[in-house]
Design a protein around this ligand. Structure first.
Ligand code: C2E
Ligand code: MG
Ligand code: MG
Ligand code: MG
Length: 288
């Protein structure tokens, strides 16, 4: 409406929605300095064996602590970073941190087989030379590329160059997971185009599967696709023993979620490595 009246600059100050977009403009500006101001950090959420709680690896998740606004959720700042291009630097930094930690944790007793999942944005693969630099980061820490899994989300439009980059990285050993599977109609085409080895069931379906027949059917379907294409399937957002048991009953083997452990600071993650288990609470509750 502001635009229609041709006075956007003034309207901005008496319109709630515009307040929000002004806010986002500020945020986007500040995000450009967040890295150098050391406001970003990485947390690590355990990925575990759904039946036993054994620790299999971690997913690295970016965190932004703003000095005045507190924690800005990645659901807010990642899209902003993607728009502004800051995601290239931020994403490269997250991978660097994650590889440094993985190299260190793999040296600990019981840490040998651990894997690290890192979320990447499409722009990080759009340029093949930049994508190759991801391999350089992995090599810097002496990490085996096949212990690194890059999580891509479902976008409707993916440039051909990104698919080529992904295939090159895959040829070097790097694995790919399709994140939030089932939330977009692009899921299936992405499966065909990308060298995907793992699909992650979106936590929305996991949340509903115990009570909602449609959610449950989606979970059944995703597991069937995983089985027939020989993909690993990880359930995201497992919060209750009921969900855990339902998933086990359907043949799901791997999971992440608050039932096992939330995203942890590096110290907490290191404790999980030393225990070899996700979280303290769940010690084989279903006898699997
Ligand atoms: P995602 O990759 O699907 O990550 C899983 C999200 O689920 C995380 O949210 C995690 O904290 C949350 N989660 C895990 N277990 C549970 C649970 O049991 N219950 C509930 N309710 N939530 C759970 P988070 O950390 O807020 O991240 C949101 C999204 O931001 C991520 O979704 C990912 O798409 C994106 N993201 C985070 N870090 C990065 C990054 O470094 N690069 C890129 N490109 N994206 C990132
Ligand atoms: Mg992810
Ligand atoms: Mg996800
Ligand atoms: Mg998600």
């Amino acid at each position: 409406a502001a635009k229609a009246r041709g006075s956007g600059l003034i309207e901005v100050f008496d319109d709630d929605a515009s307040h929000r977009s002004l806010d986002l403009l500020d945020l986007r500006f500040e995000l450009a300095f967040a890295l150098e101001r050391r406001q970003l950090k990485v947390q690590y959420q355990p990925i575990c064996d759904l039946a036993t709680g054994e620790l299999l690896g971690f997913e690295a998740l970016a965190r932004w602590h703003h000095p005045l606004r507190g924690n800005v959720p990645p659901g807010v700042f990642i899209p902003l970073a993607e728009e502004s291009g800051a995601i290239l630097e931020i994403g490269a930094w997250v991978l660097d941190q994650a590889c440094a930690q993985l190299a260190r944790w793999q040296q600990l007793p019981g840490g040998a087989g651990l894997r690290m999942n890192v979320n990447i944005s499409p722009a990080q693969l759009d340029d093949r030379r930049r994508a190759q630099q991801l391999l350089g980061t992995i090599a810097t820490y002496g990490v085996d590329p096949s212990d690194v899994c890059l999580e891509v989300t479902e976008y409707n439009y993916v440039r051909a160059a990104a698919t080529e980059s992904a295939n090159e990285l895959r040829a070097a050993g790097v694995r790919f997971a399709l994140d939030d599977f089932g939330t977009s109609y692009a899921s299936m085409s992405r499966l065909k185009l990308f060298p995907i080895g793992t699909i992650k069931i979106d936590r929305g379906f996991v949340a509903g599967m115990v009570t909602d027949a449609v959610d449950r059917s989606v979970v059944v379907g995703v597991l069937a696709i995983g089985e027939s294409l020989r993909l690993s399937v990880v359930a995201e957002g497992v919060e209750t023993v009921q969900q855990q048991q339902a998933l086990l009953g359907l043949g799901c083997r791997q999971a992440q979620g608050y039932l096992f452990a939330p995203p942890l600071d590096p110290d907490g993650a290191e404790q999980a490595v030393l225990r070899g288990r996700c979280g303290a609470g769940v010690a084989n509750p279903v006898g699997g």
